[in-house]
Design a protein. Structure first.
Length: 409
């Protein structure tokens, strides 16, 4: 166990030292036709969370659901006020008939059926939690895609710098072979320039902005290898992954919705009170005094809930659907982590070999054309291996529920 720990320490130290050599030998990136602004991954993700349109829409939906949930527990009284003026006759039934100008005032309110209010409040709270979980899940998904884009841009920049370093070393060699090599490197640099611009535009697109300098990533991609226990990764993912949280919140929302649908089938009561005033009047020689009366009415609207239960069946199926989605997500987690772990082991092996090849090329004493070419090829392979290793490592960690911002040194 001590020997294994010592070997891991040596590997980490070797990777760190080779990273320092590579970083020291690389010239700064320069271009004349494009405005770039250097930005670290941490700062870029801060801007992403603040400006990305998909994340902002999810946040707005979550905020709206939270606002609705705060009011959902209020009773729905649906007050109804009425006023009626005495009857109007277009033709009097006989001579001397008088229609009194009575006034009737009424008020009716709704008393909700048993359990409706509590079920409505529970559903609103569950829906707010669901939209919050969806917002977090969307944020993690966008972050992961943006990090990979950032790494692709950084890899391209480092390759350009490696090409430039090789051309700088070739300046001291005057030969047709050296000239052809410089021309090939310059041609490759032009392609890398376009690739960097392409990836930087992608980074800008995630921010939802088009009228500013292109982001220029910084770092060496020198991320130290790690060892993992697949079983622990799966266990952690089942507890902390954002899509699992989103699935569970969807189940809670569907369950609350089913209870709400069932509660909404309960009968409402609509009690009302009416007050009528009839002023004094005279009809056929008879005088009538002022009349006042109070009446009470109780209305119970009956819907189709006694014969139509399609809404309950639909809500129940939605709940089953969300439960099925959660089960499928848990199965997918096992597959994703095992597949990505295999990819990561391959990426670690490639990084190990690239480090050894670069170390050998760096130790060559002959400053000739062949040595410079081999050094540049080894350096390019190391950059590629670091990029693949970093992306695979980040993906494996995020698949297991670890969403901390990675350090690209």
């Amino acid at each position: 166990m001590v020997i294994k720990s010592f070997n891991i320490f040596i590997l980490a130290l070797t990777s760190s030292l080779t990273g320092l050599v590579c970083a020291q030998n690389l010239p700064p990136y320069k271009t004349q036709d494009t405005n770039y602004q250097a930005i670290s991954l941490e700062n870029y993700l801060l801007e992403l969370n603040d400006k990305n349109s998909s994340i902002r829409v999810k946040k707005l939906n979550s905020d709206s659901a939270t606002a609705i949930a705060k009011q959902a527990g209020m009773p729905h009284l649906s007050p109804l006020l009425t006023y009626s003026k005495g009857s109007i006759y277009t033709q009097q039934p006989y001579i001397g008939y008088t229609s009194p100008a009575s006034n009737t005032f009424g008020a009716t309110v709704t008393v909700e059926g048993w359990g409706k209010r509590s079920a409505r409040e529970a559903y609103a709270l569950a829906e707010a939690d669901k939209l919050m979980a969806e917002m977090v899940n969307e944020t993690r998904s966008v972050e992961t895609q943006a990090i990979f884009n950032y790494i692709d841009a950084l890899r391209t920049k480092l390759l350009w710098q490696s090409q430039q370093a090789a051309m700088d070393r070739l300046k001291s060699i005057n030969s047709p072979e050296a000239t052809r090599t410089k021309e090939d490197l310059l041609s490759t640099q032009k392609t890398l320039n376009n690739d960097l611009k392409f990836f930087s535009y992608g980074l800008l697109n995630y921010l939802g902005e088009s009228h500013q300098s292109l982001p220029l990533p910084i770092g060496t991609l020198n991320v130290l290898p790690q060892s993992f226990d697949v079983a622990k990764l799966v266990e952690k993912a089942q507890e902390s992954r954002s899509d699992i949280a989103s699935n569970k919140a969807s189940i809670e929302s569907a369950s609350a919705n089913l209870q709400l649908v069932q509660a909404n089938r309960n009968i409402d009561f609509m009690p009302g009170i009416y007050y009528t005033e009839t002023p004094p009047y005279s009809s056929s020689g008879t005088n009538y005094g002022s009349q006042k009366s109070v009446s009470f009415i109780l209305t119970m609207p009956l819907g189709n809930s006694f014969i139509d239960n399609s809404d309950v069946i639909s809500a129940s199926n939605t709940l089953t659907e969300q439960q099925t989605n959660l089960s499928a997500t848990k199965t997918k987690i096992v597959t994703e982590i095992n597949q990505t772990y295999l990819q990561y082991e391959s990426a670690k092996e490639r990084l190990k070999n690239a480090n050894l090849a670069f170390k050998q090329a760096n130790n060559q004493k002959n400053p000739g054309l062949l040595a410079i070419t081999k050094y540049q090829e080894a350096e390019s392979e190391l950059i590629e291996a670091r990029a693949i290793h970093a992306k695979t490592l980040i993906l494996l960690e995020r698949l297991s529920g670890n969403f901390k911002v990675p350090s690209l040194n």
